[in-house]
Write a protein that binds this ligand. Structure first.
Ligand code: CAA
Length: 690
């Protein structure tokens, strides 16, 4: 065939099969020019008398990562993907999708519009649109529901998670799995086998049956988890109604909803975070390619954090040597890690054999000497400077001379800890958030001696285990806990003025926070903050003052959820306001000479945001974060700030940065950086260190 090849989509003729290869690095996003090129090449192949079947694939064994997200800031550019997919669906010649690497979003929808799907054994598929504040707008929901049980489709589109090919085949999404190296020849063979047969159009199939009661229960669960995120509410509705709507009607309705959501403020905020996550990896002087390979990880300390980090490593296929000098702690850790992997197996759809394989990559020991084979070692012992220093010194002796040593600390001074390491250049901080096997955020802390290579290695390691690293400078609490402490302090002032924990948490949770600050404190354990306050009182002159109630709670043994009581009391895991806590708070107000008043929910939210803004501006001013978007990303992923509001700085920019600065001025002072940005009419969320 004399195909008029296009650099973005070229056609290679293989006998009677036209192979359309999309080549738009780095991820083959479906930009307008790609959609036009794809349509052209499809038209050529369909007119060509020598072509009897078509394969669509991506360059170098990849497929398509979806729409070009950068286009979403403007109107939909023609041809919309939904129209291109109509052409594929209606093709009289069979069209096969050869899926390598990833088929995400619009890419997964392209695959669904084809008449057969063959995938490489290392590929993954997903409809992550919900995370960008939209829904699959090119028929993805309606088509997938004709292959897979609608309850499964609901879970996939509402979570936006990617799945491996084995699960994709089990649910009916792909027809065949082949070794990655054999993808294209196999796809061509499959296409040849379909020549002369009527194309199997998914659009013509009926919607798969489902257990209605289970479906409704799942739909209700998902709607409850939306916390104000429209895209989640909308995909739940879309799947629910697509069960009973005809194919074309469902696709047109989803396309209209997609267009309207795409232009929404929520979608813009989520796009900002998408790019913030990637931007955070750009660290001047730290080249990702300088990172040393990490295959075996040492974890020192078999407590909660050590276990979580171990699970995260095993989950991602790394080997782990877990060391704890306390044999009992190790004995307790082993089954807990197994259980943790089994819990993940449910959502990741691993079989028992896969769980066993991952567990087999774990070895345990009582002595740090066992870490001699490790490429990177995470120290996760008890959060106490002396304990950590002695562990770091011992790890330094046991480790290979090229191994990177990372301390997992929430508050301690990484520079001082580095002094305990025989080679401080190989020492960094990696602050994981609990539960470490689930939470994506990791703060990477550069000590004054960390080499760029050590930092690059730590960051690439974090990425390899599915985490989203953000660089933080050495300051009390780094980024997240520093801002949490500032905002919690302000919320304690609200308690002193007249609010109660349930008022504060309720107002912030209604705003979309995953949890209010007092519920978070109860979950993390009040003893951690208690130890920190004692340390600060002992080390700072004059000693800082704190709202006394948290200390009083600890003194009476109320350490939060783990002791059944803290800021709240807990009955069957349910948090309940506690009259005794209210009395303590009233006592604190009386001792401070404050006449209590009722504090409205709007005021609580406004003051929480102002406190976050002020601390974030100071963090930027001190150079402790590289850019404002790093802070927004960290606060969304570390503090449960609603992603659909973009993060506190993005939110303040859009809801009156100047008036927020005014209110800070009235209550105290405004950081110079914030003052300057407001004066220049600039957005703080766009601020980056020059
Ligand atoms: N559009 C535009 N740019 C994209 C993109 C996309 N869909 N996906 C990735 N990129 C960019 C990234 O911003 C990054 O750019 P920089 O190098 O300038 O920072 C570059 O491509 C590489 O991306 P990653 O750093 O993320 O690379 P990775 O190898 O770690 O991950 C990936 C690759 C898994 C494909 C990941 O990039 C990803 O998940 N992309 C987004 C997928 C997605 O959400 N697709 C759905 C889009 S919505 C849609 O598809 C709706 C529709 O059609 C109607």
């Amino acid at each position: 065939m004399a195909a008029a090849n296009n650099p973005l989509v070229r056609t290679e003729q293989k006998g009677r099969v036209a192979v359309l290869i999309i080549d738009n690095p780095p991820v083959n996003a479906l930009a307008q020019a790609v959609r036009i090129a794809l349509q052209e090449q499809l038209a050529l192949a369909s007119r060509d008398a020598d072509t009897a079947a078509i394969v669509i694939t991506g360059e170098k064994g990849s497929f398509i990562a979806g729409a070009d997200i950068r286009e979403f800031d403007g109107p939909v550019l023609e041809p919309a993907l939904v129209r291109v997919l109509e052409t594929i669906d209606a093709s009289s010649k069979p069209v096969v999708a050869a899926i390598g690497a990833v088929a995400l979003g619009g890419g997964a929808e392209v695959a669904l519009a084809c008449h057969a799907r063959i995938a490489a054994d290392n590929a993954s598929l997903g409809l992550p649109e919900v995370k960008l504040g939209i829904l699959p707008g090119a028929g993805g929901i309606a088509r997938l529901m004709r292959l897979a049980d609608p309850a499964i489709v609901l879970d996939l589109v509402a979570s936006g998670r990617s799945i491996g090919v084995a699960y994709a085949r089990r649910i009916g999404w792909v027809d065949e799995i082949v070794p990655a190296a054999d993808l294209l020849p196999s796809a061509i063979r499959l296409a040849e086998s379909l020549i002369g047969k009527p194309p199997r159009r998914i659009s013509a199939l009926p919607v798969r049956g489902t257990d209605e009661a289970a479906f409704e229960a799942a739909a209700t669960r998902w709607a409850g988890r939306a916390r104000g995120q429209k895209s989640i509410e909308t995909v739940v509705d879309a799947v629910r109604s697509a069960r009973t709507t005809g194919f074309s009607q469902a696709v047109e309705r989803d396309f209209r909803t997609f267009v309207s959501l795409r232009g929404s403020d929520q979608a813009a905020a989520l796009r900002y975070l998408f790019f913030a996550e990637r931007q955070a990896l750009r660290i001047p002087g730290v080249e990702p390619k300088a990172a040393r390979p990490v295959k075996t990880v040492g974890v020192a300390g078999a407590g909660t954090m050590g276990r979580g980090i171990t699970i995260a490593c095993l989950k991602s296929g790394l080997s782990v040597v877990l060391v704890d000098t306390d044999s009992k702690a190790l004995e307790r850790a082993k089954p807990a890690i197994g259980e943790g992997l089994k819990r993940l197996a449910k959502s990741e759809q691993w079989g028992a054999a896969e769980v066993e394989r991952k567990l087999a990559s774990l070895s345990t020991a009582n002595a740090l000497d066992a870490m001699g084979s490790c490429d990177l070692i995470v120290e996760a012992v008890f959060e106490d400077e002396a304990v950590k220093r002695s562990a770091i010194a011992a790890i330094g002796k046991a480790a290979r001379t090229d191994a990177v040593i990372a301390t997992n600390t929430s508050y301690l001074d990484v520079d001082r800890l580095a002094d305990a390491c025989p080679d401080p250049a190989r020492f960094i901080g990696l602050h994981f958030f609990a539960p470490a096997e689930i939470m994506r955020l990791v703060e990477a802390i550069r000590s004054k001696a960390s080499s760029p290579q050590s930092l690059a290695t730590g960051i690439q390691f974090a990425r390899a285990i599915g985490k989203a690293p953000v660089l933080a400078g050495m300051c009390e609490g780094f980024i997240v806990n520093r801002i949490l402490a500032a905002y919690r302090r302000e919320m304690e002032v609200v308690l002193e003025e007249g609010g109660l924990p349930a008022d504060v948490d309720g107002a912030l949770e209604k705003f979309g926070m995953a949890m209010g600050p007092f519920a978070v404190a109860d979950l993390s354990g009040l003893d951690i903050g208690w130890a920190r306050r004692k340390r600060l009182r002992a080390t700072q002159n004059p000693p800082p003052k704190f709202f006394p109630v948290a200390d009083w709670l600890c003194e009476s043994g109320r350490f939060g959820r783990k002791t059944g009581a803290g800021w709240y009391r807990y009955e069957d895991g349910k948090r309940m306001a506690d009259e005794r806590v209210s009395l303590l708070i009233e006592r604190a107000s009386a001792e401070a000479g404050v006449t209590r008043r009722s504090v409205a929910a709007e005021e609580i939210v406004q003051r929480a945001l102002a406190a976050m803004l002020k601390e974030a501006a100071q963090t930027l001013e001190e150079g402790m974060a590289l850019r404002a978007s790093d802070i927004d990303f960290a606060i969304v992923n570390g503090l449960g700030f609603p992603a659909w509001r973009g993060g506190p700085l993005y939110y303040c920019d859009r809801h009156g940065l100047a008036s927020m600065a005014d209110s800070l001025e009235k209550r105290g002072s405004v950081p110079a950086l914030l003052h300057r940005l407001v004066g220049e009419g600039k957005r703080i969320s766009e601020y980056a260190q020059s």
